[in-house]
Design a protein around this ligand. Structure first.
Ligand code: C5P
Length: 227
């Protein structure tokens, strides 16, 4: 069977990665979480003093980009790939609220996007890939055979994210999570380079009132119509 490229874009915390992971597993495709890559660069920038809540040195970050090596390593037990930053597993560190607060700023930097988009395009050369992010259907794989644009109300998304963070033991307030989700959406959709927007040929998929099972069967159905 011919393999295709599946691009899943959408707002923060729409559940893109959960659905993308399940879909990749069902089709025996590779799954790539591009948000993790922007988070990895942000973690590097935080640790090396290029960005904080109060200041930033984005020129310094650009000059240091060649020192950043990002790699996904598949974890059999977890059933998905974890992000390694310069050979260190940073899967946990990249999901904190601190990274979430700073990542959208790092993602506005043209040189950062160029570096990550080039890696993403290389990973998709042989198709058979499900990639999620903000610019996959518009910039990374404009010719993807299936493009899905996921949306849900900000309150639904913040509630899901809030539960996820509590489960991981992070102490956060719901209001803070809602503010972060709305703030990231704003920066992501208003930035100059590759802003978050639905590709003209993407299927818009609002999952505000859908459970995981329903979402998955709908998305699998979209895929089966193309493959
Ligand atoms: O998907 P996730 O919420 O982990 O993404 C974190 C941030 O990374 C987004 O809010 C966005 O600023 C940035 N991002 C991006 N382009 C992508 C994926 C993520 O700009 N393809």
């Amino acid at each position: 069977m011919e393999k295709i490229t599946i691009a899943i874009d959408g707002y923060s915390s729409t559940g893109k990665s959960t659905i993308a992971k399940q879909l990749a597993k069902a089709l025996n495709y590779i799954y790539v979480d591009t948000g993790a890559m922007y988070r990895g660069v942000t973690l590097y920038a935080m640790r090396n003093g290029f960005i904080s809540e109060t200041s930033n040195d984005l020129e310094g970050l650009i000059a240091a980009l060649d020192n950043i090596d990002l790699r996904f390593v598949y974890n059999e037990t977890l059933g998905f790939a974890e992000l390694f930053l310069n050979d260190e597993n940073v899967e946990r560190e990249i999901r904190t609220m601190e990274v979430s607060r700073l990542v959208s700023q790092v993602a506005t930097v043209e040189e950062v996007r160029e570096k990550l988009v080039a890696i993403q395009q290389r990973m998709g050369l042989e198709k058979g890939i499900v990639m999620d992010g903000r610019d996959i259907g518009t910039v990374v794989f404009p010719d993807a055979e299936l493009k899905i644009f996921m949306t849900a109300s900000p309150e639904k998304r913040a509630t899901r994210r809030y539960k996820e963070l509590l489960d991981k033991g992070e102490e956060v307030k719901y209001s803070e999570v809602l503010k972060n989700v709305e703030h990231r959406d704003y920066i992501d959709s208003h930035r100059e380079i590759s802003p978050l927007k639905k590709a003209d040929d993407a299927i818009e998929f609002d999952n505000s009132d859908m459970g995981l099972e329903d979402q998955f069967s709908r998305v699998l159905d979209f895929a089966n119509r193309v493959i």
